[in-house]
Design a binder for this molecule. Structure first.
Ligand SMILES: Cc1cc2nc3c(=O)[nH]c(=O)nc-3n(C[C@H](O)[C@H](O)[C@H](O)COP(=O)(O)OP(=O)(O)OC[C@H]3O[C@@H](n4cnc5c(N)ncnc54)[C@H](O)[C@@H]3O)c2cc1C
Length: 512
């Protein structure tokens, strides 16, 4: 594509990367310590967040509590929304810093066509499936085992029948089969605990580079890490499930992915909660007292404090540890150990059919790892006509590259690289997308590193007296919408027990 033609395509950059920092800049004016420019502030640079960590709450003016609630829920992703849904009978306040609900499970629309910006699908055996039904959603079957584009060839059902068709020399094809056989033979029930603590690269290192390359696309897209940083049990479990899926795909979704769940939850809750559901409300301090917890948040540039008998923190831990006062050192240190990758999603919007060959297609060795067809699950519905072929290109990045997302030029370049590679994979394709959207997120997906599930996550979810920890990163072993929902249900149970004057039930230890 010539530079000139690319200039006609509209690039739209969305998502607040700097929002990784829980501190509203306007507050810092009060400390006389404001940084020179907002672009300097990133969740990982964290100069301001470090000031909060080091200097504590005296950096803020914390006004006295102006309201009292049974419970305050911080974070309006799927976990916080689920907690609010389960606590509808309570006087609960839900706070979200973004202008919309959904967190990493959030769908957007282009002229009536819905597309995902994050979480894509769930499995029938996950609790999230029945939860979706409970809230009135009808999960739609994907029924399309993952394909791959390898050496320019589309290989359907990669880890099923596709293994016989891989466009590699026979020796490499045989290695793929041998690798699959070896992984299928591992008893995860028995060896789970051991294999959560060793890197997956130990299992791929004796195999050809093509196998590592495939997993180094699949891993970052699904759990944020390449083989060296992946807990082996996570990848082996995925392969075992994929092999089962090639017989019968038990994954479900909606157009635009699991944003359908958060959208539905917000739709149910908003009429009931009214003012008690606040977007644009950044929580900056959670301070426990004997009888109550004080929560200070900033809304419209003004700090406000409310008091609650219980607080559910549904924010990711890299934020949580900076705003919850009095966390035990060991727990705070465990939270610090969780690593998160930067992960934009690039949506290519075509007004002609370009690629409708499979739901999720893997493209190792490119600027993006896989491409999802946004309306896949409704394509055969009677009366449905695809107006726009929207392709969601998943683009997980290395932690060191986070800075590229900070400004519009960097984000636009990432999107342009995705478009370039996509076009290279589609030889003969003559159409350009009418728009390219990039949704940036600085730290949306935690990495399933060795030891995280067995040693770190059991520590991070320990409740304090009146403060309980939800969010998907409390559970594991992978960041999923299902675990966000499960974490919320556990935190709600604990909060309810505390509100009833009983000791909160203990968090479950990791099995195995
Ligand atoms: C690109 C991508 C693809 C994915 N694909 C899948 C998939 O196919 N299937 C699947 O199951 N999972 C998938 N996931 C993972 C899934 O999206 C997450 O596990 C899930 O959405 C997490 O929900 P959560 O509520 O626990 O956390 P989050 O979504 O992180 O929600 C936390 C919320 O807290 C808010 N917040 C943060 N700080 C503050 C503050 N100080 N004050 C107030 N609010 C605050 C945030 O803005 C956010 O809305 C994917 C993730 C990504 C990034």
């Amino acid at each position: 594509m010539s530079g000139n033609r690319r200039d006609f395509i509209k690039f739209v950059v969305a998502g607040a990367v700097t929002a990784g920092c829980p501190v509203d800049l306007s507050l810092l004016g009060q400390s006389g310590d404001a940084p020179k420019s907002q672009a300097d502030v990133d969740g990982e640079d964290n100069r301001i967040c470090h000031q909060v960590r080091d200097k504590g709450n005296q950096i803020f003016s914390r006004p006295p509590a102006s309201a009292h609630h049974d419970v305050v829920i911080v974070g309006g992703g799927v976990s916080g929304l689920t907690a609010a849904y389960r606590m509808q009978h309570r006087d609960a306040l839900l706070l979200e810093k973004e202008p919309h609900w959904g967190g990493n499970a959030y769908a957007m629309e282009f002229e009536g066509s819905v597309y995902g910006t994050g979480s894509a699908f769930l499995s029938k055996d996950e609790y999230a499936y029945s939860f979706a039904k409970e809230i009135g959603l009808n999960p739609l079957p994907i029924d399309s085992p993952d394909a791959s584009i390898l050496r320019g060839e589309l290989i359907l059902d990669t880890w099923g029948d596709g293994l016989n068709k891989l466009p590699y020399p026979p020796l490499i094809r045989e290695s793929f089969k041998k690798f699959k056989k070896e992984m299928m033979g591992i008893d995860l029930e028995k060896r789970g605990r051991e294999l959560f603590n060793v890197p997956f690269s130990e299992f791929t290192k004796l195999y050809p580079a093509e196998i590592k390359q495939w997993w180094d696309a699949y891993g970052p897209s699904n759990w944020g890490a390449t083989g060296e940083d992946t807990a082996a049990a996570v990848a082996i479990g995925e392969l075992q499930q994929m092999a089962a899926e090639s017989r019968s795909d038990d994954r479900y979704t909606w157009p635009g992915g699991l944003g359908a769940i958060t959208h539905k939850l917000a739709e149910i809750l908003q009429p009931k909660y009214g003012e008690r559901m606040q977007t644009g409300a950044t929580t900056v301090a959670v301070v426990s007292g004997k009888e109550e917890v004080q929560v200070t948040y900033v809304v419209g540039g003004e700090p406000r404090t409310v008091a609650a008998k219980a607080v559910i923190m549904a924010t990711p831990k890299f934020i949580t540890r900076r705003i919850v006062d009095g966390l035990p050192e060991k727990q705070s240190e465990a939270m610090k150990q969780i690593r998160y990758i930067p992960y934009p999603v690039v949506n290519l919007i075509f007004d002609k059919p370009v690629f409708n060959h499979g739901y999720d297609t893997w493209c190792p060795g490119n600027a993006f790892t896989d491409v999802v067809v946004a309306d896949w699950v409704i394509r055969h519905e009677s009366g449905y006509q695809q107006k726009y072929n929207i392709l969601s290109c998943y683009t997980p990045m290395k932690e060191d590259d986070r800075g590229y997302l900070l400004n519009e030029i960097g984000a636009r370049k990432i999107a342009a690289n995705v478009l370039r590679d996509f076009k290279n994979l589609m030889p003969g394709m003559t159409v350009d997308p009418i728009e390219v959207h990039i949704y940036r997120r600085g730290h949306p997906l935690y990495m399933s590193t060795p030891g995280l599930y067995t040693r770190v996550q059991p520590l991070v979810r320990q409740s304090m007296d009146r403060v309980f920890f939800a969010n998907t990163d409390s559970e594991g072993p992978e960041s999923t919408t299902n675990e966000g929902i499960r974490a919320a249900q556990r935190a709600v149970k604990q909060a309810e027990a505390r509100l009833a004057g009983r000791t909160a039930p203990k968090e479950k230890a990791v099995a195995g």
